[in-house]
Design a protein around this ligand. Structure first.
Ligand code: GAP
Length: 441
């Protein structure tokens, strides 16, 4: 008989457990750890980079394969500094601001009446001159260096290249340009692990459309993006929308897709009605005509934009929080299991010889591992007893464990053990690739 404990999703220890698991098993390390670290910077370890790459590939394929009129871009991190004047970031971020230590919303002095955060009542930081853009200098001669900025949001290069994309493709409005890339922010209060970093990755779609169709597309992308996240989370019911009342300088309407069971902040992706703010701004500052002419109606207009801008690292963190479970398999014996979608799991299958000291089992297991490893990220493990090997794989979310035993030598079948149900079935070695493809892809 199995006793189940579903870990409470508002478990305050949950973050500590995730941070510890991430370090112990090689998902995420603190940046520059041997020098005492650097607040707001993290490195993704061997398992973390596999999981993050799986996630980014899913996003990229969903954007560019599922949706015919979306193309990709990989823009530079440093742009002409005028970009940040045109975008409003230089102007918007040099005011003295206070930041709420709890919800991280920022307010100008006259917006705070009671000395507490107007949104959640939290404690506020001292007022300070705020510029979240991370400055850098270009050039080698002291005194002649040019001030530039690491991009504060990844999307700006999409606006800069929108005409280049139009001129080099056969796209017509409505169409989208998507990008995954690093962004940098001098956050006043970096913290909560990957949630608020100074260097992080964003996945953005900028959808260019006729102004009269903004309502339709805004609603379309809101529901498309929520459905995409729901397809990946272990508990999709934990996802939902938050409607912003206080809007960023560029937004006319904004919703967040939230991970609502989060013990820390909830925001994962912003769906923003950017209108013509960006293209008009860049058109004015650069002197370039960024309008679009409809080839059929000959109407000339500045396209309006719906943006979906999500955090890769936050999604990564929320997926771990959502997938983490502790399950009592028999009295007093609890296993830790990451119930990650097999599509995201860093290792898809682990291959074990039942016994390490039986060369014929080890050779057969290595042969199977060798045949699978080019198609699936696999692990080979002959260390410790089978129970311990299962536990090691459960803890990192490996969906399938394949064990080679003496029957394998007779009938060329292996035991396949399912991570979530712990049920086992025999599968013919010759069918393993198609079995795993069907279950994982
Ligand atoms: N281009 C619009 C834009 O950048 P945003 O709401 O400031 O909008 C989009 O950022 C997403 O980027 C957020 O929903 C969040 O997931 C992620 N993000 C923002 N700041 C972050 C930080 N300091 N650390 C980690 N992720 C962050």
């Amino acid at each position: 008989m199995f006793f189940k404990i579903m870990t409470s999703k508002i478990d305050t220890n949950l973050m500590d457990k995730i941070v510890s698991l991430c370090k112990r098993r090689g998902f995420v390390f603190s940046g520059s750890e041997i020098y005492g670290g650097l607040q707001g910077f993290y490195d993704f370890g061997p398992l973390g980079v596999e999981m993050k790459n799986n996630l980014k590939k899913l996003w990229w394929d969903w954007m560019t394969k599922k949706h015919e009129s979306i193309v990709g871009l990989d823009g530079a991190i440093i742009t002409n500094p005028k970009v940040w004047e045109a975008s409003g970031h230089l102007k918007s971020f040099v005011d003295p601001l206070v930041e709420c230590k709890k919800c991280h919303h920022r307010f100008k002095g006259d917006e705070v009446i009671s000395g507490k955060c107007p949104d959640c009542g939290g404690e506020l930081t001292e007022p300070r001159l705020f510029n979240t853009l991370v400055p850098t200098q270009l050039g080698v001669i002291e005194g002649e260096k040019t001030q530039a900025y690491l991009r504060g949001e990844a999307c700006q290069t999409i606006y800069l290249d929108y005409k280049n994309v139009l001129n080099s493709t056969r796209l017509k409005i409505p169409f989208g340009i998507c990008q995954i890339g690093k962004a940098f922010r001098n956050e006043v209060t970096p913290g909560n692990f990957l949630f608020r970093q100074r260097e992080f990755e964003q996945w953005d779609l900028q959808w260019f459309c006729h102004p009269s169709e903004m309502d339709k597309w805004f609603e379309f992308w809101k529901s498309e993006r929520l459905a995409w996240y729901q397809s990946l989370f272990t508990h999709p019911e934990n996802l939902g929308f938050y409607q912003h009342e206080k809007l960023a300088h560029y937004a006319k309407k904004a919703y967040d897709i939230e991970y609502q069971a989060s013990p820390i902040g909830k925001e994962m992706e912003g769906i923003h009605w950017r209108g013509d703010f960006d293209l008009s701004g860049h058109s004015n500052f650069s002197g370039q005509d960024l309008s679009y002419t409809d080839s059929e109606t000959k109407e000339k207009f500045i396209p309006h934009i719906v943006e979906t801008s999500g955090g890769v690292d936050r999604t990564f963190l929320f997926l771990l929080l959502d997938a983490y479970d502790e399950e009592e398999v028999k009295e007093g014996d609890v296993r830790t299991v990451l119930r990650l979608s097999p599509k995201i799991a860093p290792i898809k299958a682990a291959v074990f010889p039942l016994m390490k000291n039986k060369p014929e089992l080890v050779a057969k297991a290595k042969e199977i591992y060798g045949n699978l490893k080019n198609d699936f990220r696999c692990d080979f493990d002959d260390n410790g007893n089978i129970g311990k090997r299962y536990r090691r794989q459960d803890e990192i979310g490996t969906p399938y464990c394949l064990t080679v035993d003496f029957d394998t030598l007779d009938n060329d079948t292996v035991t396949v053990r399912d991570r979530d149900s712990m049920e086992q079935e025999r599968v013919e070695v010759k069918n393993l690739k198609s079995y795993l493809t069907e279950k994982i892809c």
